[in-house]
Design a protein around this ligand. Structure first.
Ligand code: 13P
Length: 250
């Protein structure tokens, strides 16, 4: 059985006062029945680890470099994230792919580096609106999976997040049938490439305008093992509603 995962991505939001939300979240969920993860900006990783001390909530980076160290001003390595207390890193988010021209190859190198640094990875994929409207979604997803995933991964160290770009921060959500179609497709591709067992064990998150009000129906779609939540992860009350909906879907 895949353990469900509620992951929050704070993106470029939050200074230290924002940690009060994590403390409130931990207090509201003393023994969560799902895995909890938050990716704050890198500046807050080590203090968030302190805020979540004695709690199951884990902390993630939002990106890392593909190399171990070196002359890369402004970048951060997997080892640095690990040293700061992170246990996961999000890679290949569409905002990284767009704002920093990250390719599938870049994402795969970063994933290799992160796994070598003993981090778990959340690899993001998803189509644009034009690709969806041109009925190219599955082809795009297949290409991103083939290009972004390293050959060595397991259900323990890798999570995949399907985030249609047009659903991120827009309030637009695909139909449940559309989410189910893509998640089933990802599952079958993973099983073909990595074998039945490994392919079945990798968790698949949906991301894009997940809110307490739509979380339950999304969590009941087959092969949805949780969510990667942006805006609604910034407020403990909202994220808590999503966590409860995920616990109810067990
Ligand atoms: P929103 O939940 O704000 O749409 O963002 C989703 C996302 O990009 C999470 O990584």
């Amino acid at each position: 059985m895949r353990r469900k995962l509620a992951a929050g991505n704070w993106k470029m939001n939050g200074v230290s006062t924002q940690l009060a939300e994590v403390e409130a979240l931990c207090a509201a969920h003393p023994s969560p029945r799902v895995d909890l993860l938050i990716a704050p900006p890198a500046t807050l990783i080590s203090s968030m680890v302190v805020s979540a001390a004695n709690h199951a909530l884990e902390v993630a980076g939002q990106d890392c470099h593909g190399e171990k160290n070196g002359a890369h001003t402004g970048d951060i390595s997997g080892e640095m994230l690990k040293d700061a207390g992170a246990s996961y890193v999000i890679l290949g988010h569409s905002e990284r792919r767009e704002d920093h021209s990250e390719s599938d190859d870049d994402v795969r190198s970063k994933a290799r580096a992160a796994l070598a640094a003993d981090l778990k990875v959340v690899i993001c994929i998803g189509e644009s609106l034009e690709e969806r409207e041109a009925a190219n979604t599955l082809e795009i997803i297949a290409g991103q999976l083939a290009g972004s995933l390293p050959d060595i991964l397991t259900g323990e160290n890798t999570v995949i997040a399907y985030e249609p770009i047009w659903a991120i921060g827009t309030g637009k959500v695909p139909t449940l049938a559309q989410i189910g179609e893509v998640h089933d497709f990802i599952r079958s591709k993973l099983q073909t490439r990595f074998g039945e067992g490994v392919g079945r064990s990798i968790r698949l998150l949906y991301g894009g305008s997940v809110k307490p009000s739509n979380a339950s129906e999304i969590f009941n779609v087959s092969n949805v093992d949780g969510a990667l939540v942006g805006g609604a992860s910034l407020k403990a009350e909202d994220f808590s509603g999503i966590i409860k909906a995920l616990e109810d879907a067990i």
